[in-house]
Design a protein around this ligand. Structure first.
Ligand SMILES: O=C(O)C(=O)C[C@]1(C(=O)O)C=C[C@@H](O)C=C1
Length: 360
């Protein structure tokens, strides 16, 4: 005879008690790890070790849970254990409800100390001055391209990149009522206004587009005026008690934003090779014919793939540029090391921004 719902719930309660005992044992071990790390000064957050723990469990998993669920559950377990070792403060573009916050939670799990900042400069400052261990910043969007301020800040910062997150970004039109009637102003971060420009032109041609410091800030302001609407995430909508007047208004259905995690090398040294890594550089070459072509030759010679190439003005007034390059691979791989050595010898300026595992 099939078991009844009350019977099944009794069994689930018993399993949960066992799980709790086991999780408490795990937490006590993490506490001990924390003590060891305090003594030897090593990094609390070890994304490489966390990735290994998850990979081991996914391989061992014979049960009914999906592989992705195993990853999600253990990411949260390790986030909670890590917070027992030492709270990890993560700076990002606030207020609550931004996509940057979502990216931070995806990477670190939910047991972090939130450090919401007013702009990207503040994020860098927090992680450099030590009021946060880590910063999370967007670097590129699949519709709008590069986030220029982030690239400019990376150039002169002592922070290095230790990880990346790629988020599917769905923008909703949020306001105090669920209709499009009577909207006079649409408030959002300039990137979001740009990612939704066709929709705005078609559906709200007469509304003023007003740029604000973040989408969540636009949503916060939209809550104060019925003629205003914001463009932001569902989370921001619930944070400020707004209705979704129109769903997923971004011009590209698969609009993605790539974020990077930055920190001082003393907080977390460069991650070791994971087998699927990216190395980010910024370089400049002398302003002479063929220099950009020559700079890329070592990559071809040593068989290293370039996945990104962006230029930013060097602001010298001489039509000089910095080039932001992403390569596939890790400097511990001989062909990557050889390509980097040859490339650096051709550059007037050369800086490795970081080497880190690729996002799934
Ligand atoms: O193995 C470690 O170094 C730990 O600190 C333990 C642990 C875990 O919970 O498994 C927690 C935090 C680290 O980021 C990695 C793993």
């Amino acid at each position: 005879m099939a078991r009844t719902l009350p019977e099944l719930r009794v069994l689930i309660d018993a399993v949960d008690q066992e799980l709790l005992t086991l999780l408490s044992r795990r937490a006590a071990l993490a506490n001990e790890v924390g003590e060891v790390k305090k003594l030897d000064g090593s990094a609390v957050f070890r994304p490489d070790r966390e990735a290994q723990v998850i990979a081991n469990l996914q391989q061992a998993n014979q049960g009914a849970l999906k592989s992705e669920s195993v990853a999600v559950i253990w990411r949260e377990i390790m986030s909670a254990c890590r917070a027992l070792e030492a709270p990890q403060r993560v700076a990002y573009l606030g207020p609550k409800g931004t996509f940057s916050e979502e990216a931070a939670l995806r990477f670190f799990g939910s047991s972090i100390t939130h450090v919401p900042c007013a702009n990207f400069d503040e994020v860098f400052h927090a992680a450099t001055a030590g009021s946060a261990e880590f910063g999370v910043i967007p670097v590129e969007n699949s519709t709008e391209g590069v986030v220029t301020r982030s690239l400019d800040l990376l150039l002169n910062s002592p922070l290095h990149i230790v990880g990346e997150i790629s988020l599917l970004v769905r923008h909703h039109l949020l306001r105090s009522t669920a209709s499009l009637e009577g909207i006079e102003v649409v408030l959002a971060h300039p990137q979001a206004l740009a990612q939704c420009q066709q929709w705005l032109t078609t559906h709200l041609p007469h509304a003023e587009r007003r740029a604000v410091s973040s989408n969540a800030e636009g949503a916060r302001l939209a809550a104060s005026n019925p003629a205003w609407a914001g463009i932001a995430s569902e989370r921001a909508g619930s944070e400020f008690g707004l209705h979704i007047a129109s769903h997923a208004i971004q011009d590209e259905a698969f609009n993605r934003t790539r974020f990077v995690v930055v920190c001082l090398p003393s907080v977390l040294p460069a991650p070791e090779a994971s087998g699927k890594d990216c190395t980010s550089l910024v370089v400049s070459v002398p302003n002479k014919p063929g220099a950009v072509h020559d700079m890329l030759v070592p990559l071809k010679l040593h068989g290293v793939s370039m996945t990104r190439f962006e230029s930013r003005p060097a602001r010298s007034g001489q039509w000089e540029y910095y080039f932001y390059i992403d390569l596939q691979g890790h400097p511990s791989q001989p062909h990557v090391a050889a390509a980097l050595k040859d490339l650096s010898s051709l550059c007037a300026f050369y800086k490795v921004l970081g080497t880190y595992p690729l996002a799934d």
